[in-house]
Design a protein. Structure first.
Length: 136
């Protein structure tokens, strides 16, 4: 008689299969730190970004840019396993101020994808949910 697997065993098998088949991702996050993000918006955006970092595959690459009056690449960037902790600390120290250089942020994010990502259609998404498709 075949053995019956428990739900946790099935979930573990699915997770293992997913990790074996998953390809490495290069992720660019554009974080709006302009004055319009003050208060709970900023707190929620930072929290969501830090939480997202913990969900990445260890070999996924991640690069975060903050934008207000200007666009700034947050350090460090690189594989999730190497940068998650320090990048999370950097994110928690951000404050909202200034204007909104969204166009410049999308351009810099697109350039990063072109340099780091493989061929194909890529998506750059800021924390306000505005999406720009980029052919890298």
């Amino acid at each position: 008689m075949p053995s019956v697997m428990t739900a946790p065993e099935v979930a573990a098998m699915i997770r293992d299969a997913f990790h074996r088949a998953k390809k490495q991702a290069t992720i660019v996050i554009l974080l709006d730190t302009s004055g319009s993000m003050q208060g709970v918006k900023m707190t929620n955006a930072i929290s969501a970004t830090v939480d997202f970092l913990t969900q990445l595959g260890r070999d996924d690459e991640v690069f975060v840019y903050e934008f207000n009056d200007a666009v700034t690449a947050l350090e460090p960037g690189g594989t999730a396993r190497e940068v998650e902790e320090r990048l999370s600390e950097t994110l928690r120290a951000l404050t909202a101020h200034g204007g909104t250089a969204l166009y410049d942020a999308v351009c810099q994010g697109s350039q990063r994808i072109a340099v780091e990502g493989s061929n194909g259609l890529r998506e750059v998404q800021d924390v306000d949910g505005q999406k720009a498709e980029v052919d890298a």
